[in-house]
Design a protein around this ligand. Sequence first.
Ligand code: FPP
Length: 246
Amino acid sequence: MFNFFRSLKSQDVLVEKPQHIAIIMDGNGRWAKKRFMPRISGHRKGLESVRAVITQCQKLNIPFLTLFAFSTENWLRPTQEVNFLMTLFQDSLKKESSSLIKNNIRFKVIGDYKPFPKKLINKIKELESLTEKNTGLTLTIAINYGGRWDILNAVNEFQKKNHSKKLLTQKNLTQNLSLNFAPDPDLLIRTGGEKRISNFLIWQFSYTEFYFTETLWPDFNEKAFMSALIEFQKRERRYGKTSEQL
Ligand code: FPP
């Protein structure tokens, strides 16, 4: 599969390989419902797709992967499901931490995780610091994240530092966003058939290519990921210019 991607790249030299891929992992509940299983089984199975995508990014040397795991609006879900997601997240941090370290992955979390259980917060901080010097894939998990929250937070941070004396520039805002360590995503993948960005990285998506697929997240495997990259290869990224100017 890796060679296939490389050969495809040399045939269709339209765009570069994405440096940053963001994913809205949608469809876990529907995947479970189709199998008469509880919604939480879909989330558990979704974890396998998370692993598959991380492995593919490593194989292809894609430097940044950002996954939307829990939005500011997901608190509105039934308490049992919210609790399950917290536990799943905490357990996977515990289980996967040695593999993240071994694989040279830099682990980051963005979002307002203050309301999360203390144990989970400590684990996040510990893993971030254990992996901060890693030079491979930067894996960012967005939890209790909302694009509007992020922008407001960045404005407030800027004001605090500058006592509101200076006018805010695009650069200042970008520097104060929670994803300030990564370039803007080149590609957004959303599984599960919906065609919206659901308050994800609304500032950073200005020139991001969108790829929407009907595939439900637990079914999103290596082949599905490669299809997204192949589609991305066909896009012409003009950033406001004409085709002739590129
Ligand atoms: C959306 O599907 C999915 C979520 C809100 C949770 C995503 C979590 C995982 C994939 C597993 C844990 C991930 C990490 C990084 C530890 P949905 O429930 O909205 O599905 P539906 O639209 O079919 O109801």
